[in-house]
Design a protein around this ligand. Structure first.
Ligand code: PMP
Length: 453
């Protein structure tokens, strides 16, 4: 093994890592990324990789877009910080809020700013509780999340999520959180159950859950349009239509978590549009600034806003907000990001490339070791199986997904393995030629893994 660089040594000795096996970090060796340009990033040793995941599903404009860099520099020079408490604001925050309302997939009334997807979702939970207190229904507080969901890692957002690692030994979930099944047809359908029948069953289960708990106690349902970290789960046709009919029947609010899907990922500006959702609250982050600076947003409908406003009038303030809510540098970079999406026709580009992306995945899915392939817009995944045709999974001890991701890394491609699901979520600026190169590398990685079996 090469000697550890000073940065790697510092990382191992001093850095408590996010979402990493802390016990093995020193043995695995950190991968230090030092620079990026376009769809590529480079490590300390000068090796270049196609960032097939846009980092964590976020750097939609790739690494080093000059307009975003300039927007950040200009904002830092003009007003490096100000806050939004006590009626204070700054031009970038005000303009960004206005722009987001104009882009919103359903009519929304106000935009609240935070710094991360987790904070946006935690804020949404608090707004929901505040709202039901405001309208005189203090007993209506339970929040429904789904198996395999990911909404972040703060106390409430992790609780609503359905991934075991986010709960185990963190004493989560907190109370008032309920869980229902995920729309993973490939994994969860009964033998022979059609996609539509499966969607009907999921809606029936949701209704039964609400009835069992008592509709007067159930406040909201959180849903990612496409589930990301749970395995890129694209909902089956009719799913959201049926789910929303149930929510409407029992006056349960819908929160669309657009943290991954927002800003073009599915080929529409929001996944909400792709899947016909009518959320009361929408959270977004990541591609809002192409991840160049931390910023997230919560959009609320007129109904929710008006009740919250009346309640804060009674209390004297809306007692929620962050030091960095509406940060002028973050807001300026986000504003520029939204302009770049428009000026560079990112949405049309994404739609034009989506068939090539789906085809690239479909070609790899012909391998015996792929059981299922999913894609919408420029997000997709392959679900690995020991025998795809027989739907026989790999022994988890083999860590098939991890192995493929490691081979991909050696081939110069960063993908993400979630169990034995290998995800792709490339920067939206990827060109057709770069896309073909991405799949060539993925194909070599899968081929090398196949040969070891
Ligand atoms: N919601 C979704 C759908 C996400 O994918 C993520 C992050 N992967 C989050 C929320 C949390 O965002 P953050 O890591 O910025 O807190």
């Amino acid at each position: 093994m090469n000697a550890r660089t000073p940065n790697a040594a510092a990382d191992v000795a001093a850095h408590l890592h996010s979402y990493t096996n802390l016990a093995t970090h020193g043995q695995v060796e950190p991968l230090l990324i030092t620079r990026g340009d376009g769809i590529h990033v480079e490590d300390e040793a000068g090796r270049r990789y196609i960032e097939g995941m846009s980092g964590l599903w976020c750097a939609s404009l790739g690494f080093g877009h000059p307009r975003l860099v300039q927007a950040g520099i200009d904002a830092l020079k003009t007003l490096p910080y100000y806050h939004t408490f006590n009626h204070r604001s700054n031009p970038a925050a005000a303009q960004l809020a206005e722009r987001l309302l104009a882009l919103a997939p359903v009519p929304m009334a106000r935009v609240f700013f935070a710094n991360s997807g987790s904070e946006a979702n935690d804020s949404a939970v608090k707004m929901i509780w505040y709202y039901f207190n405001a309208i005189g229904k203090p007993g209506k507080k339970k929040i429904i999340g789904r198996d395999r969901a990911y909404h972040g890692v703060t106390v409430a957002s992790a609780s609503i999520g359905g991934l075991a690692a986010n709960h185990a030994d963190f004493d989560l979930p907190i109370d008032r959180i309920l869980r229902t099944g995920s729309p993973h047809h490939y994994r969860d359908a009964l033998p022979g159950e059609s996609a539509e029948d499966f969607a009907t069953r999921r809606a029936d289960e949701l209704e039964q859950l609400i009835l069992n708990e008592g509709p007067d106690t159930v406040a909201a349902f959180f849903a990612e349009p496409v589930m990301g970290a749970g395995g890129v789960i694209v909902p089956p046709p009719t799913y959201f239509e049926k789910i929303q009919a149930v929510l409407r029947r029992y006056d349960v609010l819908l929160v669309a978590d657009e943290v991954i899907c927002g800003f073009g990922r599915t080929g529409e500006m929001f996944g909400t549009t792709t899947f016909g959702m009518r959320p009361d609250i929408l959270t977004c982050a990541k591609s809002l600034s192409s991840a160049y600076v931390p910023i997230s947003a919560v959009m609320v409908s007129q109904k929710v806003h008006d009740a919250m406003a009346a309640n804060s009038g009674r209390i004297g303030t809306f007692g929620h907000g962050y030091t960095y809510s509406g940060h002028p540098v973050a807001a300026a970079v986000a504003l520029e990001t939204l302009k770049v999406y428009e000026d560079e026709g990112i949405l049309a580009h994404t739609r034009a490339l989506a068939p090539r992306f789906a085809q690239g995945l479909a070609t790899q899915a012909e391998r015996r070791i792929v059981g299922n392939m999913r894609a919408v817009g420029l997000i997709g995944a392959l679900e690995l199986m020991a025998d795809g045709a027989a739907r026989a999974p790999f022994d988890p001890a083999l860590k098939a997904g991890y192995q493929v991701a490691q081979y991909a890394l050696e081939e110069g491609l960063i993908v993400r393995a979630m169990g034995d699901t290998v995800a792709l979520c490339p920067p939206l600026i990827i060109t057709p030629a770069e896309m073909d190169e991405l799949f060539a590398r993925l194909g070599r990685a899968l081929g090398r893994f196949e040969k070891t079996l």
